[in-house]
Design a protein. Sequence first.
Length: 332
Amino acid sequence: MPVIEVGPVDMARTRYAISPLGEAVQALRVAAGVQTAGPLRPWAERIAPRYEQLRRQVPAVAALTALFRRGCYNADFIHPPPSGSGSDFAAELAAVRATPLHRARLELDRNLEGLRTPPRHVQRILDAPDVVTRLADAIEASWQALVEPDWPRLRAVLERDLVRRAGHLTMYGWEAALSDLDPRVSWRSEGQAGTIEVRTGSRTDSKRYRLAGQGLLLMPTVFGTLISYVEPPWPYALVYPARGIADLLGPVAPAPGGEALSRLLGPRRADVLRALDVPATTTQLVAQLGLGLGTVGSHLAVLRDAGLVTRTRTGRNVRYEHTPLGAALAAG
């Protein structure tokens, strides 16, 4: 159980990022059945033909999936945390391609410890002098086949979670920001500082790590599970499941009695109101619901005039959220 010591200045230096490359790697884990699909099962079933075609056309995908482990070490260089705010797949992939071969070999050997010997065709790829390039090519192909077609909707879910998480940390502190991050993450206050306890992996790891003013990098994921980065050369980071994953599958399902809300407001306007279970911008609602910008804007204006939603400007963005009355109606 890694324990991360947090000092008074770390809150101000905590960063938030979205990793398209990380989503590609995690999506491949779900598609390959290494990770349980859970609420993403409809997505996994929809992209299954794409995954099978990917496996046939890109042999290195089999080598990449052979490295995936649950609760144990996975080679960091194939899923590094972004150095900036993320959201640029090309830049992240370039960082993977720039991995020195000697470091890749060390991480791959550690990754394969305790695993059954891979099939011969996989081992040949992992032993190849251009293994970094081949694995990077497999990640790029996975992005193009599994994630890129849905990226606007995926990004909307991730952005909404980040805005919410950052607001909780700024307004209420670490305990509020981490309280629903993941059941395996907990906060222990120690005056102006504290510790973050992360219960991951099958081994008991009681090592303590100090942020020492560097802050923490927080990254939501649609496809992945909890991941902690506490080893050099990476920044201290936590990858955690984003809220609103069901939004990937379309509008929020009506609650019992939700048909009455659709009759009252109209089905599209009711969808907009339900989708604001998590605050969102107009652009994010467009990506989630598949409606036109003008249509969403018109519905929001009516809902706002009716006292069902409110809006708040944050920098250049305007976020919409339920009023208490709107939340009660959306809940059915």
